[in-house]
Write a protein that binds this ligand. Sequence first.
Ligand SMILES: [Zn+2]
Length: 218
Amino acid sequence: MKEKLTCKKCGREGADDYPLVTIRTMTVRNGTGAQKYQALGEVLSVHLCSQCVDAWISERSKPRPQYLKAAKLPLLLIAVAITVHFLGLESVIRWVLCLLFGGFGIAVAISEFSRVKRETAEIRAGKGSFTRDHMIEELAASLLPAKNQDAHLTYLLRKRVLNEKQLDALCKEYSISKKKLASIRSYLLITPESEVNKGLKAPQLPEKKKGIFTAKRS
Ligand SMILES: [Zn+2]
């Protein structure tokens, strides 16, 4: 008899099992920019029912709540611009600061609104970077820890990682190094599932930076 799985989101029985692969990303910032170091994290499973997946997709495909969320930063910048206007600074400085904050606020608003418009259209169509599988990964990530120590955690469906044809899409969707993901795929293909979590290594940092990152699993 099939085991009855409980949905991690709603707690109802009848959920599906989604094996996941965690990717740990450690970002080291230096004077010239940021360097990313990635490694395989824990392999785990999340149970989700189809109603919760459908509800997540439906919620994410609505532009309105996301416009409201995306408007927060631009509104804050515009509020700063208005505040600066009434600070009683010398007129040239006042106008320069107003234009700077106001202009930046408007630029952020335009870019965020077009992002939400494009994303929600793609989610509704189940196309581009927002396939049903991607949305399952998003929902799983919303229910699992986002960080482990200093490493950011990304959750990918194991079946996608094992599918060579999906590697390019995964790298694009989550900014993962293709070389790293290909080596993780090869490792998962040859390693028994029960052994994977035993052999985890930290992202490979340059020698001098090793002190700041220790990969301890939660
Ligand atoms: Zn559910």
